[in-house]
Design a protein. Structure first.
Length: 183
């Protein structure tokens, strides 16, 4: 009788309650959905359910995530700017950034860290393995990754971030080590 579908399908689909279980029905399955006020309210309920889910995701990203705890976009932007000043003055790793467009690099890093810390996902760059593959033949090693993590922690301390949050950031950075070093 009714075609079962996913609620995320286009608005031409709705669902009806059938003794506490949900059946998904398609308009034209014999029910006059457009003319039936009850079904219109069901369509509205489905829309509200989708919006509530999106709001729940927003709440988590803005209130519970590491991204939110660090201070959101302004904090990530400030941290990346300070971080790259430190990196470019660090003789252990600065040579890896010769011939790099630092404005573009900073923008990618801001998007990546925002995503990694649980904020809005706008990162469109390469995965860590591909992004760093060309650096491994140039000698990229654990010592260099350590220097990056040290500079990141130093940056966060300079910004007054709590140690437990710095430890979480360090753990996230550490989780990329194998990919960065192409292991």
């Amino acid at each position: 009788m009714s075609k079962i579908i996913d609620i995320t399908q286009p608005a031409s689909y709705s669902y009806i309650s059938d003794t506490c279980s949900y059946r998904y029905i398609k308009e034209g399955d014999g029910l006059p959905l457009r003319d039936n006020l009850y079904h219109k309210s069901i369509l509205k309920a489905a829309e509200i359910k989708r919006m509530t889910s999106k709001m729940s995701d927003w709440w988590t990203q803005t209130h519970d995530s590491l991204y939110a705890q660090l201070g959101g976009e302004p904090a990530v932007d400030a941290a990346v700017d300070i971080f790259y000043r430190k990196v470019l003055s660090d003789d252990r790793i600065s040579h890896f950034f010769e011939d790099v467009d630092m404005d573009q690099q900073a923008a990618k890093q801001k998007a990546f860290l925002t995503m990694a810390f649980g904020g809005p996902h706008h990162y469109t760059g390469q995965d860590m393995r591909r992004a760093h593959a060309h650096l491994v033949p140039r000698g990229l090693s654990d010592g260099h990754v350590n220097a990056v993590i040290e500079n990141l922690a130093s940056t966060l301390r300079e910004l007054g971030v709590r140690e437990e949050l710095i430890a979480q950031v360090g753990a996230i950075a550490e989780s990329t080590r194998s990919d960065v070093l192409n292991r």
